[in-house]
Design a binder for this molecule. Structure first.
Ligand code: UPG
Length: 361
C-alpha cells in the first residue's frame, strides 16, 4: 500500500500528465485528474488520453474538467476527496505565446499555483510534486548542469513563471515546515507510452523537435527546419538531454515515494538522462529506427535557443533511487508508434463545458 493513496493530478489530460497517471495507477495510487483543456484534447466524453490511460491500466480515474483560476470549483474537489498529495502539471507552456501574452501566462501559471496552494493549506494537504523545467537555469555556466547551478536568468516568460513558482515554494516551505514539496526540473521530454495509445498531441504550438520531425516523416510537413548548424558543438547543431516520457513519469512516482517517508521542505531534482544529443544525431536515430527519411533545411539559429544543455542526474539517482532506463532509440520508436497509430492525434470533438470521464462530478 503506497504511503500516499489519493493523488490529485492537475493537467492530468496533457502529454506528461497522462503518462504520469498511467504510472501512478500501476503503482497502486488512486488518481483524481483535473484539466481545463487549455492544451489537451477533449472529446464528447471527456479526455481521450485519460480514457486510454484507463484502457492501458484497467483502472479507473476520477476526472473533472476544472480550472485552477476557479477557486470554488477546486475547493469542491478537495472537499469531496481525501487528497494526500498533489502533482501539479497544469500550466501554459508555449514559449512563443508567453512572449506575446505575458499577463495570460502570469495569471494562469502563477495565480493558478497560488490558488492551489491556498486550497491545499486550507485542507491540510501539504504534499506536492511540482512540474518545473531545466529552463530555470538559463544559458548554462557549466555542463552537465547540477541542481546548484544558478537560476533566474531566463529569456522567456514561460520559463520565468517556472522560476517564480520555485521562488514562491522556497518562501512557503521556509515559513511553514509542514510543507513537503519536490520540484522536478525536466529536461526535454519526448517519446510516448509503448502501447501507442497515448502520446503528445499539441493543441497549440507545434514547435518542438520530435513532434515536428514525426510530422515530416508522415509527409504532413515537407521539411524539418534545423535552427542553426554553426553552434559550438561537434556537428554544429544544438544539444539537449532528451528523456523518455515514461522515464519522466517514473520520476514522479519516485518523488512521491520519497515524500512519503521524508520531510524535505522543498527539494529540487533534475530529471534527465545525463546525456546530450544533437539535433543531427536525433534525426539520424529517428530515420534509422523508423526507416523514414527526413529532409532537412538549415536556417539561422532560433531566437532564445541555447547551445547545449544536459543534466547531471546524480542527485535523483542517489536520493530518489531513480534513473532513466529508456534509450534514444526507444524514444523514437515509441513516438513513431504513437504517431503512426494516431496520425491526426486523438479524436477531436467540439469542447463541452462539463465533462466527466469517470466517477462523480
Ligand atoms: O523545428 C525544429 C525544432 C527544434 N529544433 C532544435 O531542436 C532542439 C530542441 O528544441 P525543442 O524541442 O523546441 O526544445 P527546447 O527548445 O529545448 O525547449 C523545450 O525544453 C525546454 C526545457 O525543458 C522547455 O522550457 C521548453 O518548453 C521546451 O519546448 C533545439 O536545439 C532546437 O533549436 C530544430 O532545429 N528544429
Amino acid at each position: 500500500m503506497p504511503r500516499f493513496k489519493t493523488i490529485l493530478v492537475t493537467g492530468g489530460a496533457g502529454y506528461i500528465g497522462s503518462h504520469c497517471v498511467v504510472d501512478l495507477l500501476n503503482a497502486g495510487h488512486d488518481v483524481i485528474a483535473i484539466d481545463n483543456f487549455a492544451n489537451a484534447v477533449c472529446d464528447e466524453e471527456g479526455s481521450p488520453a485519460l480514457k486510454r490511460a484507463q484502457q492501458i491500466t484497467g483502472k479507473k480515474i476520477v476526472f473533472y474538467e476544472a480550472d485552477l483560476l476557479n477557486k470554488p470549483q477546486i475547493n469542491d474537489i478537495f472537499d469531496k476527496h481525501p487528497i494526500d498529495c498533489v502533482i501539479h502539471f497544469a500550466a501554459l507552456k508555449a514559449v512563443g505565446e508567453s512572449m506575446q501574452q505575458p499577463l495570460l501566462y502570469y495569471q494562469n501559471n502563477l495565480l493558478g499555483m497560488l490558488n492551489l496552494l491556498e486550497i491545499m493549506r486550507n485542507h491540510e494537504c501539504y504534499q506536492m510534486v511540482f512540474s518545473s523545467s531545466c529552463t530555470v537555469y538559463g544559458e548554462p555556466e557549466y555542463l552537465p548542469i547540477t541542481e546548484t547551478h544558478p537560476t533566474g536568468s531566463i529569456t522567456n516568460v514561460y520559463g520565468r513563471t517556472k522560476y517564480f513558482i520555485e521562488e514562491m515554494l522556497k518562501d512557503l516551505s521556509a515559513a511553514d515546515e509542514k510543507w513537503n514539496i519536490i520540484s522536478l526540473r525536466y529536461f526535454n521530454p519526448v517519446g510516448a507510452h509503448p502501447s501507442g495509445l497515448i502520446g503528445e498531441d499539441p493543441t497549440k504550438e507545434f514547435t518542438n523537435l520530435m513532434p515536428f520531425m514525426a510530422q515530416v516523416a508522415l509527409g504532413k510537413k515537407p521539411v524539418l527546419t534545423v535552427f542553426g548548424n554553426d553552434y559550438n558543438t561537434p556537428d554544429g547543431t544544438g544539444i539537449r538531454d532528451y528523456i523518455h516520457v515514461m522515464d519522466l513519469a517514473s520520476g514522479h512516482v519516485a518523488a512521491l515515494n520519497y515524500l512519503g517517508s521524508n520531510q524535505v521542505g522543498l527539494k529540487v531534482y533534475n530529471l534527465g538522462t545525463g546525456r546530450g544529443v544533437s539535433v543531427k544525431e536525433l534525426v539520424e536515430v529517428f530515420e534509422r529506427v523508423t526507416e523514414t527519411k527526413i529532409p532537412l533545411k538549415y536556417v539561422d539559429r532560433r531566437l532564445g535557443d541555447i547551445t547545449a544543455m544536459w543534466a547531471d542526474a546524480t542527485l535523483a539517482r542517489e536520493e530518489l533511487g531513480w534513473s532513466t532506463k529508456l534509450t534514444i532509440e526507444e524514444m523514437c520508436t515509441d513516438f513513431w508508434r504513437w504517431q503512426t497509430m494516431n496520425p491526426d492525434g486523438y479524436p477531436k470533438k467540439s469542447k463541452k463545458t462539463s465533462v466527466i470521464v469517470n466517477g462523480n462530478s
